[in-house]
Design a protein around this ligand. Sequence first.
Ligand SMILES: CC(C)(COP(=O)(O)OP(=O)(O)OC[C@H]1O[C@@H](n2cnc3c(N)ncnc32)[C@H](O)[C@@H]1OP(=O)(O)O)[C@@H](O)C(=O)NCCC(=O)NCCS
Length: 222
Amino acid sequence: MKKAKSSKGKEKKLQHKQRLAEIAKSQAIIDDANKAPNPMQHFTAFQKFDRNGLSLSIECKRVSELSRDDLDWAFRLTKSNMQDLYELGGWKWHDGKTKGEMEDENCWFLIARKAGCPVAFVNFRYELGDEDVEICYCNEIQLEEHCRSKGLGKFLLQILELLCHKAKMRKIVCTVLKANDRSMNFFQNKMKYSADSTCPSQCDLLNADDYCYEILSKLLIV
Ligand SMILES: CC(C)(COP(=O)(O)OP(=O)(O)OC[C@H]1O[C@@H](n2cnc3c(N)ncnc32)[C@H](O)[C@@H]1OP(=O)(O)O)[C@@H](O)C(=O)NCCC(=O)NCCS
């Protein structure tokens, strides 16, 4: 009886050890991804967007490599695009919270510029997801109005997929407000994202109608 108990204990200890080793492996993948000096170096074809009347250059930078002016522009654009949608969903808009999330030291920006001036960006970070595996969290994708519906959003997310694939992330995750019809259509129908296992709609214990957002994800083949 005593023996059976101790072998069960040993098994649990071993499982715990294996789990910690897997988490350490995932964290090492994340650390490597964050060390990349210039993630877009090998993707020269994606450093330009020349379509539908737009002629843009695209670069990938750490938050620490962007100027204060670029960061302030990114925040202003996010606020003007999103504040009403937040409030429509019953959320409160907090300047400081949004700024803090976008300017977290682990964040990266994919940024599109027209003659040096920023016009669109994706803000993302590599992290341990809720299931303790390496994921990319796409925190924001924001385009100035005159750049929308020209294929730029799709192009930027395709670059993100390439970067994440190279960095060996398992999936890209994002949160989309249900009231944001255009973005829902964009992520689900165009970019083929679907409800993540962490989305309220996927949890039997939650009533999805109580939530104004969906957590969407796209698995990457590593
Ligand atoms: C949502 C957003 C990122 C999409 O980028 P975009 O460059 O406008 O989209 P694309 O031109 O690449 O279009 C890709 C697809 O998105 C969908 N889409 C684009 N514009 C749309 C619109 N006005 N209405 C509905 N769907 C639209 C379509 O499915 C389109 O495919 P199609 O052109 O083959 O029909 C961009 O419009 C945006 O920045 N919006 C404001 C900020 C925002 O809501 N960000 C998302 C927060 S989660």
